[in-house]
Design a protein around this ligand. Structure first.
Ligand code: CTP
Length: 434
């Protein structure tokens, strides 16, 4: 699209009718109430790329919160206000979300040479953003609905697949943009231009990643693992020194790179089998990363990454027991199904997936599949009641009997409930607890 263009046609042909109607209503309301409002950011970028994106971001030149209040009154739904940031989010009855932000003019002053035009406020708001491809906007006000705003050659960069920052210190000011650059590169097959890459390396030389809290880094990792190919992004972060900047020196970068590749294969495979979900990916990647960094990274991630308790337990468990099981499961030595079961029982699916990625060994993979698809479902049919009826005194012997039964069952020695009963009868008296 050309800067002078109106995007009406693109809006009408590429957006679902529901969103078109919504934008139009917002524009009419803005016009009536005397606000200047714009659709901005990723929503506009993806509209021009033809990529579906239903997260509508709206900038309001005056007060976004009071405008959002009028909209929610008009359309219904829920509103959440963030006074401190001058933003509000509306969740419509059908679950759709619209973000409203007040145009911000602080931060970097324009380079003096930048010719001023009438839209100073929205222009400043767009200038403080991360990359030119994210500075695109269009007007919503009904008198100029769809008018395209492209102050920083964003549409040219979008066409050329170029990721460019707007000012030299962009990555220093907000180091999370480094991860964002990698995400956009990978998601759209774009590339940073040379000077942006230079600014990035320069920021890393100044150890900018150290400025970020564990929580922010964790949030960025979460965004990364939701991209179509997280491993490519993490390999880029590793190769450019971003991971080392956060965690210290990687013990074996070449190995970690391979592990990232295999992580991708493993998560795809386990996801296809319905064993792993997208929300589980983050933990798999964290295990793979921790495994290649000094011991203190384990502590840092457990302490600073804002993980829930379940995730922390999984991480501890993986390094306490999971890691050492890899050797046993890789070895050519014959293992009975019950031995495989005992080696893997108690480890989470994240741990099993990380083991597959780290070991990259077919025998181990097959054993894990056998466990996930068959062994872990094997259950003993008789219950404590049955044992009681058989005259066995309740006590620790119960769980011993059950696990002996499971072992027999796993190894295919017994199959039915009758087999189980007969097996118990065959145990010597002492073991039956009499
Ligand atoms: N932004 C920024 N610096 C950041 C994060 C966000 O400048 N560290 C700006 C970007 O210009 C972005 C906008 O804020 O367009 C909204 O952020 P977000 O919703 O995270 O970005 P999207 O571009 O929509 O990214 P995604 O497609 O991954 O949701």
């Amino acid at each position: 699209a050309e800067p002078s263009e109106n995007l009406m046609e693109v809006i009408n042909t590429r957006l679902p009718k529901k969103i078109q109607g919504l934008l139009w209503l917002i524009g009419q309301k803005a016009q009536k109430e005397g606000f200047k409002v714009y659709a901005v950011g990723g929503f506009v970028r993806d509209l021009l790329l033809g990529v579906p994106n239903h997260d509508i971001d709206i900038v309001v030149e005056q007060d976004a919160i009071s405008f959002a209040r009028k909209i929610v009154k008009y359309l219904g739904g829920q509103i959440k206000e963030y006074q401190k940031f001058g933003t509000a989010t509306i969740t419509l009855k059908d679950g759709m979300k619209i973000d409203f932000a007040t145009a911000r003019m602080e931060f970097y002053p324009f380079p003096a040479a930048m010719p001023e035009v009438e839209e100073t406020t929205i222009k400043h708001d767009l200038y403080r953003r991360d990359f030119t491809i994210n500075t695109l906007a269009f007007r919503l006000n009904s008198d100029k609905f769809g008018d395209f705003l492209d102050f920083f050659e964003g549409s040219k960069d979008l066409e050329q697949g170029s990721i460019k920052v707007l000012y030299n210190l962009s990555f220093v000011e907000d180091p999370t943009r480094i991860f964002r650059a990698f995400r956009f590169e990978s998601r759209y097959s774009f590339h940073m231009d040379d000077s942006t890459m230079g600014f990035l390396l320069n920021a890393l030389e100044n150890n900018v990643m150290q400025k970020l809290s564990g929580t922010r880094i964790f949030e960025e990792f979460q965004a990364i693992v939701l991209e179509p190919n997280p491993s490519v992004i993490l390999i880029r972060a590793l190769e450019l020194g971003v991971l080392d900047n956060i965690f210290g020196k990687c013990s074996n970068p070449q190995q970690l790179k391979q592990n990232f590749k295999h992580t991708m294969d493993s998560i795809v495979c386990l996801k296809e089998k319905g064993i792993l979900e997208k929300k589980d990916f983050i933990l798999v990647y964290l295990l793979v990363i921790i495994n290649s960094y000094p011991k203190k990274v384990f502590e840092i991630i457990l302490k600073d990454f804002n993980l829930d308790k379940g995730s922390r337990i999984i991480i501890r468990n993986f390094f306490d027991v999971g890691l050492e099981r890899i050797e046993k499961l890789k070895s050519n030595k014959h293992l009975d199904p019950s031995e495989i079961y005992d080696s893997l029982n108690g480890l989470s699916v994240h741990s099993l997936c990380a083991m597959m990625a780290i070991a990259d060994n077919d025998l181990l993979k097959n054993r894990i599949f056998l466990y996930l698809e068959e062994l872990h479902k094997v259950d003993v049919e008789i219950t404590g009641n049955d044992l009681k009826e058989m005259g066995i005194k309740p006590g620790p012997v119960y769980s011993k009997i059950i696990s002996r039964l499971r072992q027999q069952k796993l190894n295919g020695e017994i199959h039915t409930k009758d087999d189980e009963l007969n097996y118990i009868k065959s145990l010597d008296l002492k073991e039956r607890g009499r």
